[in-house]
Design a protein around this ligand. Structure first.
Ligand code: EPU
Length: 306
C-alpha cells in the first residue's frame, strides 16, 4: 500500500463536505460504484444534488486542500486500496431538459442510453451509437466515448463545467479538442452537456438501435462485470483481433479473465482484484508487443492506490 498520505484530518474532510445537499459516505467501497465491481474505498464519496452542490464542494475542498477525483465508473479500474481524499459521483444528477432547435441538455449523471431513449421518444437522431453502453453523459464527453456508429463529439454542442474556483462556466464544443477516445477540456468538473440532434423517424432510429444492440450482444460480454474495452484500437487494426491472435482469449489471473467473446474485454468472474486485472493486461501488452511489435495503448483508466 502507498503510505504517502496527505496531511489532512478527518475533521478537514468533514469541513470539505459540510452543508452539501447530496449524499456523503465515508470510507465508501468503490467496487459498489464501478461497472467492473472492483476497487478499494474512497475516504469520502460525495454524490452532489446538482451543479451548485458541486460548486460548494469544489470551494470547500480547495480551502481544506483535499484532492477531488471525479468517478466516471465505467472505463475505469480503481486499485485495491482505493482513492484518498474526495471522490465525486454524479449519479444523482440525472435531469434531462428539452431545449429549442432539437437540443437536449443532460446533467452529467444521465446514462447515455437513457438520453438516447429520450431523444428517440422525441424523434431525434444522433445518439444511436450509445445504445446499451454503460457510460454517463459527463463520462462520455470526457473520454469522447464512441462505437462504430459514432462518437460523443458528433453531438456535443456545449458543456457546463464547474471550474477550479467553484464557478459554473459554459464551454462551446468549438473550444474542446476531441480526438479518438480523448477530449481536451478546460480544467474542472463536467456537470452537464448540451447535445445537438437531428429530426428523424422514430421507426428508423429504433431499427438502427435494435440492430446495433443485437450486434453488441453477439460480440461483447454484456452479462459479466467489465470496464468496456481495455485497449484503444491500434491504427487501423482492432485490439480485440490482435489480442485473440496472441492467444489470450479466456486467459485468467485470479478472477480476472480475458473474455472469450471479445478479447479486448476483461471480465470479473466474481472476486477479481485490481491487481489481477493489471497483471493480466500487462501480460497481454508484453506478449502482443513481443509477437507483433505493436504497442497497445490503454483505453481503461487506472486510478487509486495499490
Ligand atoms: N475481433 C476479433 N477478436 C475479438 C474481438 C474482435 O477478431 O476477440 C475482430 C472482429 O471480428 C472485428 C474487429 O475485431 O473484425 C472489430 O471488432 P468489433 O466490431 O467488436 O469492434 P472493436 O473495434 O473491437 C469498437 C469499440 C467498442 C465498441 C465496438 C462496437 C474501441 C477500442 N472499441 O470495438 O467500444 O463497443 O467498436 O461499436 O474503440 C469501449 O470503447 O469501451 C468499447 C467497448
Amino acid at each position: 500500500m502507498n503510505t504517502m498520505h496527505r496531511a489532512w484530518t478527518k475533521q478537514d474532510l468533514r469541513a470539505a463536505v459540510a452543508g452539501l445537499r447530496g449524499d456523503v459516505k465515508f470510507n465508501a467501497p468503490l467496487k459498489d460504484y464501478t461497472s467492473f465491481r472492483i476497487g478499494g474505498p474512497a475516504d469520502v464519496l460525495v454524490m452532489p444534488a446538482d451543479a451548485e452542490d458541486v460548486c460548494l464542494l469544489v470551494r470547500q475542498a480547495r480551502a481544506a486542500d483535499i484532492p477531488v477525483f471525479v468517478l466516471g465508473g465505467t472505463n475505469l479500474l480503481v486499485r485495491d486500496h482505493g482513492i484518498r481524499g474526495i471522490v465525486v459521483s454524479l449519479a444523482k444528477m440525472k435531469a434531462i431538459a428539452d431545449e429549442p432547435g432539437h437540443v437536449l441538455y443532460a446533467e452529467g449523471g444521465v446514462g447515455m442510453p437513457t438520453l438516447m431513449k429520450h431523444a428517440t421518444g422525441r424523434g431525434l437522431s444522433g445518439l444511436e451509437w450509445a445504445a446499451g453502453i454503460p457510460g454517463t453523459a459527463a463520462g462520455c464527453v470526457v473520454m469522447n466515448a464512441g462505437t462504430k456508429l459514432g462518437e460523443m463529439k458528433d453531438s456535443v454542442k456545449a458543456v457546463r463545467i464547474v471550474d477550479p474556483d467553484g464557478l459554473i462556466v459554459e464551454c462551446p464544443a468549438s473550444a474542446i479538442r476531441f480526438s479518438y477516445r480523448r477530449a481536451l477540456l478546460p480544467r474542472g468538473i463536467v456537470v452537464g452537456v448540451w447535445v445537438q440532434l437531428k429530426p428523424a423517424s422514430k421507426e428508423k432510429i429504433q431499427t438502427t438501435v435494435k440492430e446495433y444492440l443485437r450486434y453488441r450482444k453477439d460480440t461483447q460480454p454484456l452479462t459479466l462485470p467489465n470496464a468496456g474495452c481495455v485497449f484503444k484500437n491500434p491504427g487501423h487494426d482492432a485490439a480485440g483481433r490482435v489480442i485473440e491472435a496472441a492467444g489470450f482469449k479466456g486467459a485468467r489471473i485470479g478472477d480476472a479473465q480475458v473474455s472469450d467473446k471479445h478479447a479486448n474485454f476483461v471480465v470479473n468472474l466474481g472476486h477479481a482484484k485490481a491487481a489481477d486485472v493489471i497483471a493480466l493486461i500487462k501480460k497481454i501488452g508484453r506478449a502482443v508487443e513481443a509477437q507483433t511489435g505493436t504497442t497497445l495503448e490503454l483505453e481503461l483508466k487506472i486510478v487509486g492506490e495499490s
